[in-house]
Design a protein around this ligand. Sequence first.
Ligand SMILES: [Zn+2]
Length: 102
Amino acid sequence: MRDGMICVETYGSELEAEMALGQLQAMGITAVMGRDDSGGMYPQLDQVVGISVLVYQEDAAQARAILTGTGGDGSGAWTCPACGEEGEPGYDACWKCGRERM
Ligand SMILES: [Zn+2]
């Protein structure tokens, strides 16, 4: 993991993570894949740890918007366009600032 990068999404497989990386890089966002290497000590946790996608902090809100915007049915987590807060799935307005989901 590089300094200043944060995890925006975690995927259950490398393939899904690679697709997410491709989407972000196509939008000009620097993104890397992060593997949680604690699997060596706790191999039984491999399935739940997953592959994280990391971006620089200043790109995080945009990255989340891109990843959730291509999520398909739109019922998943989303990011408020006004304040950047993560919205709860199933809600159509931001719990923090009241901005409607786009
Ligand atoms: Zn908000």
